[in-house]
Design a protein around this ligand. Structure first.
Ligand SMILES: [Zn+2]
Ligand SMILES: [Zn+2]
Length: 224
């Protein structure tokens, strides 16, 4: 099980491609039948399989990229537009909106997971995330525009976006595994190491998330 949930990485490729047998279906056994929330402009919005809070979502491109930096470097799609579209629904349902990413790069070997690019969307205070990462002394750059992320695909990074502020942290230094989940765990008051995706799967949080977003497809569809 530990391995199957590994970062939801390569398994996302198969699930996105429509594989019937995937981690989500084996963990949730049909309740709910799907974790899909919305599809638009080459992106899918789904619930995290092992959520740390209600409203823990993933935004991912249908095409395979290692990171959003690579995606923005090599394609015309605009993930920020998707965020704008869901922003007010998200805040009404869950509170505030913070974007987190552990971006993989081709140069990464065994140190971390090589995965299908995904943004974690979470209803937490991004400034607290930033303070905790800063306390670990990772070099960082503040972006003035999310489009600038396109320049960061060559090396692993951590991204935290909150409001119009995006910070990119150098991810080349080996950090504890599931680094961002451990940081989120600190902000949410989840004791060490219960933020580990494989130790505790909070199925009720996913079910509540799916219930609260069940009208989104129709509402967003009408907005065009
Ligand atoms: Zn992740
Ligand atoms: Zn993939």
């Amino acid at each position: 099980m530990r391995h199957e949930l590994q970062c939801a990485g390569s398994d996302l490729c198969e699930e996105i491609a429509g594989a019937q047998e995937n981690t989500f279906s084996s963990v949730y056994e049909g309740d709910p039948p799907s974790r899909a929330i919305w599809e638009t402009d080459g992106f899918r919005l789904i619930a995290d399989v092992s959520p740390l809070s209600i409203g823990h979502l993933l935004l991912l491109p249908v095409e395979h990229y290692l990171s959003f930096a690579q995606l923005m470097d090599e394609s015309e799609v605009q993930p920020a537009r998707v965020l704008e579209k869901i922003g007010s629904l998200y805040r009404a349902a869950f509170g505030e909106l913070t974007v987190l990413e552990h971006g993989s790069s081709i140069g990464m070997r065994s140190s971390a997971c090589i995965s299908h690019a995904h943004w974690h969307i979470m209803p937490i205070d991004g400034s607290r995330i930033n303070s905790l990462i800063r306390a670990d002394a990772l070099p960082s750059v503040a972006l003035t525009d999310i489009e600038q992320l396109a320049g960061f695909g060559a090396a692993p990074y951590f991204l935290c976006g909150h409001g119009n502020e995006y910070h990119v942290y150098d991810g080349r230094r080996p950090m504890r595994s599931q680094y961002l989940r451990s940081i989120v765990g600190q902000v949410l008051g989840i004791p060490d190491p219960l933020w580990d995706y494989a130790l505790v799967v909070r199925k009720e949080l996913l079910r509540e998330t799916i219930a609260r977003t069940s009208s989104w497809r129709e509402i967003l569809g009408k907005q065009g």
